[in-house]
Design a protein around this ligand. Structure first.
Ligand code: NAG
Ligand code: NAG
Length: 444
């Protein structure tokens, strides 16, 4: 017991921390409530015209911001409370670790209440002796449509392509994190990584083979949940490896304002293709106008349209592609796929990346126009980004110069705090986000 510092030291440190955090709070608040700005202060200013849009989130953003600082203070206090002396003489910090837990398997449309925040857990900030895991502090979490199938109860004989989440355990997804302790020779304290992590403040990651080390930090770190991470790689592999694109071809992209779609469209434009995207939203019409405007005016698509305003999708596609579609980048499925099939050109290619319209249905919709595949000699190919890990260095080499030259625009929708993660994820399926949906857990 005598090795604990005197009580007054705790009190002193406590007050210094409160003083410092209220100081930084005031400082940040006078700048901007927008969450992304502080990323820029970490890295040199970019010439990239990247945009961060907080849609309906921004209404309560400044209020939330206050509670974010409150939470950070609370966390610091917790840390002090949980200093535990390890037997070897060194101290192992045990801190509180909030987690977003999946309550139970989800059927039908997912709801925020299918997840809950458990604030009572703790974690030791040290990798267990002899383990080759790493212990990370999570910074940014990614919300992606593929996470919906992971919430489904697995049916024996009908397994989905991806391992389901475990009810009662934290949600798992892509994220950016900082290594606090490592038992693995490839990672050391202070490294920044992206890859599969937990929806919690700190994670002990054993599946280190799914992680990438971040070497380029002169771009906002949150980009590694999107443009420079899994969605970016998906767009790159899907477009260049599956679509076999050629200059001048006519490209159609559904869910084109999403994380993957916005990039496929820009890659296609850089190659000299003619690009049209569709977007839709179950929520506000203003969001839709914003999306369509983004596609045309920010991402440089030739045209963009709101599929909700088109009672006849087949006729709409005929109007936008009078000569037909060479390449369809499929994110939606259902009625859109059926309409696209009727509008494909001979030897057209369809890269199937996802089918968000089907994820919340108990019974998948049928596809009726498959016969076109025969007489138009269309190639339909599904793909999963996990088979293209080896292309990651090549992808970075390709994309980083475009980002630095401002030739690729990237839009993020940033939700603040782990508490806002369930709503942010559900927002993907109601179409609330504009651009890549990111959750900030901590900034450093
Ligand atoms: C919250 O986490 C704590 C610590 O891991 C655990 O004991 C408790 O059962 C959890 N509560 C719920 C409701 O999941
Ligand atoms: C598998 O899924 C299909 C399509 O939803 C369904 O018709 C079939 O009954 C399912 N099989 C099992 C074993 O649940």
């Amino acid at each position: 017991m005598s090795c604990y510092p005197p009580f007054f030291l705790y009190v002193l440190v406590h007050f210094v921390l409160i003083f410092l955090s209220s100081f930084s709070f005031t400082f940040l608040r006078t700048k901007s409530p927008y969450t992304h700005k502080s990323d820029l202060s970490l890295s040199p200013p970019l010439s990239t015209p990247f945009v961060t849009i907080n849609t309906n989130l921004h209404v309560h953003c400044s209020k939330q911001f206050h509670s974010v600082r409150e939470r950070e203070r609370e966390r610091e206090r917790e840390k002090l409370r949980f200093v535990v002396m390890a037997s070897g003489g060194g101290s192992v910090e045990e801190v509180s670790n909030k987690q977003v837990i999946l309550k139970d398997y989800v059927s039908g449309f997912p709801k925020e209440s299918d997840m809950y925040l458990n604030a009572s857990g703790t974690i030791k900030l040290k990798v267990p002796e002899g383990s080759n895991a790493i212990l990370v502090k999570n910074l940014y979490l990614s919300c992606d449509p593929y996470m919906r199938p992971r919430m489904k109860q697995p049916i024996p004989g009908n397994e989905t392509y991806i391992e389901p989440f475990k009810p009662g355990s934290p949600i798992v997804g892509n994220g950016v994190a900082k290594v606090l302790d490592s038992g693995h020779p490839d990672f050391k304290k202070g490294d920044l990584i992206w890859g599969m992590t937990g929806w919690e403040e700190y994670s002990l990651i054993t599946a280190t083979q799914t992680l990438y080390k971040i070497h380029h930090t002169d771009v906002p770190l949150s980009y590694y949940t999107g443009l420079l991470g899994m969605p970016g790689m998906t767009a790159y592999a899907g477009f260049y490896e599956i679509c076999s694109p050629k200059k001048g071809e006519r490209v159609f992209i559904s869910a084109a304002s999403g994380a993957v779609g916005q990039l496929v469209g820009q890659f296609a434009k850089l190659l000299g293709c003619y690009v049209i995207g569709s977007a839709g939203s179950k929520e506000k019409a203003s969001l839709l106008i914003m999306r369509v405007d983004l596609l045309k005016n920010k991402f440089g698509f030739n045209e963009a349209f709101n599929y909700k305003e088109e009672p006849d999708l087949h006729a709409a596609l005929k109007r936008y592609f009078p000569e037909g579609i060479d390449i369809y980048f499929e994110n939606v499925g259902g009625k859109m796929l059926d309409a696209v099939l009727l509008n494909m050109r001979a030897h057209g290619r369809i890269a199937v990346c996802g089918m968000i319209s089907q994820y919340n249905l108990e019974h998948p919709e049928g596809v009726h126009n498959l016969m076109t595949v025969v007489w138009k000699r269309v190639r339909i190919e599904g793909f999963m980004v996990s088979e293209y890990h080896h292309l990651f260095p090549k992808f970075l080499e390709f994309v980083l110069p475009y980002i630095k030259e401002g030739k690729i625009t990237y839009v993020e929708d940033v939700a603040e705090g782990l508490e806002s993660a369930p709503a942010a994820l559900i927002g993907l399926f109601t179409g609330r986000n504009v651009g890549k949906q990111v959750v900030v857990v901590a900034r450093e």
